[in-house]
Write a protein that binds this ligand. Structure first.
Ligand SMILES: *[C@@H]1O[C@H](CO)[C@@H](O)[C@H](O)[C@H]1NC(C)=O
Ligand SMILES: *[C@@H]1O[C@H](CO)[C@@H](O)[C@H](O)[C@H]1NC(C)=O
Ligand SMILES: *[C@@H]1O[C@H](CO)[C@@H](O)[C@H](O)[C@H]1NC(C)=O
Length: 181
């Protein structure tokens, strides 16, 4: 195989995935060199279900599953009255999913769900996302994207969307802005 063909084959676009953001060249070099450095193009929100206490104008709680087909990361996410955002106060509140690499932002008035995933861990020792002691300095970048969920609620307060599967694109790549779990 020619070298340029080989290099192309390791990029997401060669797998039929167009990235909606532009990675810096240094990061692309890391993608080519490092097996665990994968830049995802899309993500899935599955089985979104919630509850409303005010006949559907806001969701008091909800749960969903996040799936990233490229990085193979899957995790469950929850929002309820005990949810606490540990993100820096300059940022919109980000709520952690069960896997520490993934967080979400909920814009209640628009039923807009933002997903943020830290990607491409460095050789500087990333190992256990559930262990704060070994967590900090790890991934250098986060990708994010958003999705408008068509949420509807039944009169008794259970809420859902019109599909068990919603797919959206990551549209932004930034240096990690929130290193907390
Ligand atoms: C919604 O109702 C549940 C059950 O009565 C209660 O635990 C929860 O605190 C309420 N949430 C809000 C945001 O009012
Ligand atoms: C409420 O949300 C937290 C995370 O914010 C989660 O750990 C907990 O399991 C949720 N509770 C329920 C009853 O789903
Ligand atoms: C769900 O609703 C949205 C917004 O109304 C619409 O664009 C989408 O096609 C619907 N999906 C399904 C599977 O019906």
């Amino acid at each position: 195989m020619r070298l340029d063909v080989f290099l192309l084959a390791s990029l997401p676009s060669a797998l039929g995935m167009q990235l909606a953001y532009s990675p810096p060249p240094a990061l692309m070099a890391k993608v080519a060199a490092q097996d665990d450095c994968v830049l995802p193009g899309t993500y899935e929100v599955r089985d979104f279900a919630g509850k409303s206490n005010d006949t559907g104008s806001t969701l008091a709680s909800f749960d969903f599953k996040f799936v990233d087909p490229a990085t193979k990361l899957e995790t469950s996410c929850h929002f309820n009255e005990t949810s606490v955002s540990g993100s820096p106060s300059a940022l919109a509140p980000r709520y952690p999913c069960e896997h520490g690499e993934v967080k979400f932002i909920w814009e209640a008035d628009k039923t807009k769900l933002w997903m943020i995933e830290r990607v491409c861990p460095g050789p500087d020792g990333y190992d256990d996302p559930f262990n704060p002691a070994t967590y900090l300095q790890k991934a250098d970048f986060e990708v994010s994207g958003s999705l408008l969920l068509p949420v509807t609620c039944a009169p008794e307060g259970s809420c859902g969307t019109n599909s068990t599967l919603h797919t959206s694109k990551f549209t932004s790549l930034q240096p990690v802005r929130d290193p907390t779990i």
